[in-house]
Unconditional design. Structure first.
Length: 760
C-alpha cells in the first residue's frame, strides 16, 4: 500500500507541475481569434480547465492519504471574506448576470472569475512542495516572461510577427495589454537580481543579466505610470535589502557586479533617450516612438474617487455587484469630467483595485482586500528584513510589487494569476524546513514568519475524504459544463462578428441565434442580435423601398411580413437586453436608436425612442451626447421648443461642446430666433479648429444665417440612417402609445466659473 501511495503521489506531483506550467504558458502566450475577446477569454478558459483538474488531483491525494489536511495561510480568511461578499453582492445586484459572468466580453471582475482565482490559490498552497519546486516554477515563469518581452519589443519596433492585421500594432503583446505584461515583468525583477547574486556559474549570471535588461527595457518603453513606479520600487528594495550588509557588498565578485550594473545602466540610457527630447531638433527615433506609443487609458483618480464614494454611499455594505463599475461610472461621474479629453468615454474599471472594490463590493469587500494586503505586507516585512534566504526575500518583494500595482491601477486577469502565484509561493517557501515530507505529517507554518505557535498548525479534518472528492468532482463538472456552453456561445458570437465584417447578414443572424440559445443571459448577444435584425429589415427596405424612379416602391406582401418579423425580433431583443441589464445606459441607448430608426414603419416609434433615451439619461445623467440625441429626436417631429431645451442641456453639461451649439443654432433658426441662432453659430466657430473642415462648414452656415438665406440645414443630431425611417412606408409594426415617457429634468446653466462637484 505504501508503494501504491508513493507511486500515486509521484504521478499527482508530475501532473500538478505540468498543469501549473500550462497555466503559466497560457496566461503569458495564449490568444486566439475564436472568441469575442481574443486574449482574456482563452486565458480564463485555460485557467478554469487546469484549476479544475488540479482541484480533483488534490482531492485524490486526500483520498489516498485517508484524511483531509489543508495548509493554512493568513490570506485564507480575507480571500473567503471577499468571496462571500461577492456572492451576496451578485444576488443583490440589479444586473446579476453581469455580476456573475462579467461585463462581457470581459470575464475578469465577475463572480465566476473570482471563484476560479480563489480556488487556484488554495490549490497552489496545498500542492506546491516547498522551496525547490517553488524556485523551479518561478524560474520557468521568469524565462517565459523574458520571451514575452522579446515579442513585445519586436512589435514595438514595427516588425509584424503574425499575418493577422489585429496583431500588427506596436503595442501587441501576447498577454493582451502592455499594462498586463509590464506589471508581470515588474513582479519578476527581484528574481532576476537574486539570480545574478546567487548563481555560482558565470553563464547563469549572464542569463539573469540579460533577463533583467529585457524586462527592464520593456517596462521602460511600453509600461505606464503604475508599472514604472512598481518596477522602480521593487527593484530599489531588492538592491537595498539584498545588498544591505556592507560585508556582502564587498563579497560580490566582478562578474556579478558587471552583470548587475550593465543592464541597469542600459535601461537608464534607454529611458533618457526615449523620454527626454533631443537637443537642437536632432533626430531621435526612440523619442518619437515613445511619444506616439498607444498606452492604455486609465480613469483619473479624482473622478474615480467620486464615483466609488458615491456608489459606497448608496450601497455601503455589499456594493453594487461584481463587474458593475461601468454602471457606477455612468451614474456617478462628476460634471467636471466632461471638461476632460476623456469626456466621451465610459470606463468599466476604476483608477485602482481598491476603489473598484469599494464601489462593486462595498465596505465589507474593501475590508477584505485591505486585510489581504496588510497581512501579506506584515509577513513580507518580517521575511525581507529578517530572513537570510534571498529567494524568500525576492518572493516578498514580488508580492509587495503586486500590491503596489493594485494601488496604482485596476487589475487584469494575468496580473491576478501571477499575483496569486507569487503569494502562494511565498507562503509555501516559508514552511518550516524541518517538517516531514511523508503523507502522514501535519504541515506547519514557519515560526519565524508568524511568531506564535498557534499559527503553525494546519487545518486538519479527519473526515471521509471521499466526500470532498465527490464535491470537487461535482463542482468541476458543473464548472466545465457551463464553461463549455459559455465558450461555445462566445465562439458563435465571434463567427457572427466575422460575418458582419464580411457583410454576410444572414450568416451573422444564424450565428447570433446559436450564441443566444447557449447563453441567453448575455445582454451583449441580445443587443447585437437586435441590431442585426434591424440591419436585415433595413436591407430589404433599401432594396425595394420608395425611390425617385419608383415612388411607390416594390415591397411585396411577403417583404412586408419579413420586415415585420425582423423588426419585432429586433425590438424584443433590445427589450430583453435592458431587462437583463437595466443599469446599462448603452443598452437603453441602443433600444432608443432602434425605435428612432423604424419611425417610418411603426406608429409611436419616436415616443418609445424618447422613453428609451430618457431611461438611458437616468443611468448616465451627465452625458451630453444622450441629451443631444433626444434633442435631435424632438427636432425630427417638429417640437422645436423641447429640441432647444435638450440641445441647451447638452451645452450646459459641456460648455465647449461645438456640436451642441451647432444643433442648437439650427433649432433656434427654425423656431424663428435668428439672433439666437447667429450667436450659437458664432460660438461654434470659437470652439472648432480654424483649419478644419468643420470650421468651413460652420463658417458657411453662419454666412447663410447672416444673409437670411433659406438654408436647408438639418441638425446632425436629427439625422438617422436607414430606409425604415422614411415617411409613407406601410406601418408593419403596431406599437401602442406609451403611457409615460421618461423625461429627465433640465440641466441648469453652469456658473461662469464652474465649481467642481463636491465630494459625495
Amino acid at each position: 500500500m505504501f508503494n501504491l501511495r508513493e507511486i500515486v503521489t509521484t504521478y499527482i506531483g508530475v501532473i500538478f507541475k505540468i498543469g501549473l506550467t500550462l497555466i503559466i504558458l497560457s496566461t503569458l502566450f495564449l490568444f486566439a481569434n475564436l472568441t469575442t475577446e481574443f486574449y482574456e477569454t482563452p486565458k480564463f478558459l485555460s485557467l478554469l480547465i487546469f484549476t479544475g483538474v488540479l482541484l480533483i488531483l488534490l482531492s485524490l491525494k486526500f483520498t489516498f492519504l485517508g484524511r483531509v489536511v489543508f495548509i493554512r495561510t493568513p490570506l485564507d480568511i480575507p480571500l473567503l471574506l471577499i468571496l462571500v461578499v461577492a456572492v451576496v453582492s451578485t444576488f443583490l445586484s440589479p444586473a446579476p448576470f453581469v455580476s456573475l459572468l462579467g461585463n462581457q466580453p470581459r470575464v475578469h471582475g465577475g463572480l465566476a472569475a473570482l471563484i476560479v482565482y480563489i480556488l487556484f490559490y488554495f490549490v497552489l498552497v496545498n500542492s506546491l512542495k516547498g522551496g525547490r519546486e517553488t524556485k523551479w516554477i518561478i524560474g520557468f515563469t521568469t524565462v517565459s516572461a523574458s520571451i514575452v518581452s522579446i515579442i513585445s519589443l519586436i512589435a514595438y519596433s514595427g516588425v509584424k510577427i503574425l499575418p493577422d492585421p489585429w496583431s500588427h500594432g506596436v503595442n501587441f503583446t501576447p498577454t493582451g495589454s502592455s499594462f498586463s505584461s509590464t506589471a508581470i515583468f515588474a513582479m519578476l525583477l527581484p528574481f532576476a537580481v537574486v539570480g545574478i547574486l546567487q548563481s555560482t556559474k558565470p553563464v547563469f549570471k549572464i542569463v539573469n543579466s540579460v533577463i533583467l535588461f529585457l524586462l527592464g527595457v520593456t517596462i521602460a518603453l511600453t509600461g505606464n505610470f503604475a508599472t514604472w513606479i512598481a518596477a522602480v520600487l521593487g527593484l530599489s528594495l531588492a538592491l537595498v535589502t539584498l545588498l544591505r550588509p556592507i560585508g556582502k557588498v564587498r563579497q560580490i565578485g566582478p562578474i556579478s557586479l558587471i552583470s548587475l550594473i550593465t543592464p541597469l545602466v542600459l535601461v537608464a540610457l534607454v529611458v533618457v533617450l526615449s523620454f527626454i527630447p533631443p537637443i537642437g531638433g536632432a533626430n531621435n527615433p526612440l523619442y518619437e516612438k515613445a511619444k506616439n506609443f498607444p498606452r492604455e487609458l486609465q480613469l483619473p483618480f479624482i473622478p474615480s474617487w467620486k464615483v466609488s464614494v458615491s456608489a459606497f454611499r448608496d450601497a455601503p455594505f455589499w456594493g453594487t455587484g461584481p463587474a458593475t463599475y461601468i454602471f457606477n461610472f455612468t451614474q456617478y461621474k462628476p460634471i467636471e469630467y466632461n471638461q476632460t479629453s476623456l469626456w466621451n468615454l465610459r470606463f468599466d474599471s476604476a483608477f485602482n483595485e481598491y476603489l473598484e472594490v469599494l464601489a462593486n463590493l462595498g465596505g465589507v469587500g474593501l475590508i477584505g482586500l485591505l486585510s489581504l494586503s496588510a497581512l501579506f505586507i506584515s509577513a513580507a516585512y518580517k521575511v525581507i528584513f529578517g530572513s537570510s534566504d534571498d529567494f524568500q526575500k525576492a518572493l516578498g518583494l514580488s508580492g509587495l510589487t503586486f500590491f503596489t500595482i493594485l494601488t496604482l491601477h485596476s487589475s487584469t486577469l494575468p496580473i491576478w494569476i501571477f499575483g496569486l502565484l507569487v503569494l502562494a509561493a511565498f507562503f509555501v517557501s516559508n514552511l518550516s524546513e524541518d517538517r516531514e515530507r511523508g503523507w502522514n505529517s501535519i504541515t506547519k507554518i514557519a515560526g519565524n514568519v508568524w511568531g506564535t505557535d498557534s499559527s503553525k498548525e494546519t487545518v486538519r479534518i479527519d473526515a471521509l475524504p471521499g466526500i470532498l472528492l465527490v464535491i470537487s468532482v461535482s463542482l468541476v463538472l458543473v464548472g466545465f459544463f457551463f464553461g463549455g456552453k459559455f465558450a461555445l456561445a462566445d465562439y458563435h458570437h465571434r463567427l457572427a462578428l466575422n460575418a458582419v465584417a464580411a457583410n454576410q447578414g444572414i450568416v451573422a443572424y444564424n450565428e447570433l441565434i446559436k450564441a443566444e440559445q447557449l447563453n441567453p443571459q448575455n445582454d451583449l448577444y441580445r443587443t447585437d442580435l437586435a441590431q442585426t435584425n434591424f440591419a436585415l429589415a433595413n436591407a430589404i427596405a433599401t432594396a425595394k423601398g420608395p425611390t425617385e424612379a419608383s415612388p411607390g416602391g416594390s415591397l411585396t406582401q411577403q417583404d412586408q411580413e419579413n420586415i415585420q418579423v425582423l423588426l419585432q425580433q429586433s425590438i424584443n431583443e433590445g427589450r430583453n437586453a435592458v431587462t437583463l441589464s437595466p443599469r446599462s445606459a448603452v443598452n437603453w441607448e441602443i433600444l432608443g436608436l432602434l425605435y428612432r430608426q423604424i419611425a417610418g414603419v411603426a406608429q409611436n416609434a419616436l415616443a418609445f425612442s424618447l422613453d428609451s433615451y430618457g431611461r438611458a439619461i437616468l443611468q448616465d445623467p451627465l452625458n451630453p451626447l444622450l441629451r443631444l440625441n433626444v434633442g435631435g429626436t424632438y427636432y425630427a417631429i417638429g417640437n422645436y421648443d423641447l429640441a432647444i431645451r435638450f440641445f441647451t442641456d447638452a451645452i450646459n453639461l459641456k460648455p465647449d461642446f461645438a456640436n451642441g451649439y451647432y444643433n442648437l443654432s439650427v433649432a433656434l433658426r427654425d423656431k424663428g430666433d435668428l439672433a439666437g441662432a447667429i450667436a450659437a453659430a458664432q460660438r461654434v466657430l470659437e470652439l472648432v479648429e480654424a483649419d478644419s473642415e468643420d470650421y468651413k462648414v460652420a463658417e458657411q452656415y453662419l454666412t447663410d444665417l447672416k444673409n437670411k438665406s433659406e438654408s436647408q440645414t438639418t441638425p446632425p443630431a436629427a439625422e438617422t440612417s436607414g430606409a425604415l425611417k422614411e415617411e409613407g412606408l406601410p406601418k408593419v409594426i403596431d406599437l401602442p402609445k406609451p403611457e409615460n415617457i421618461a423625461t429627465p429634468s433640465a440641466v441648469k446653466k453652469p456658473n461662469s466659473t464652474p465649481e467642481p462637484t463636491p465630494n459625495p
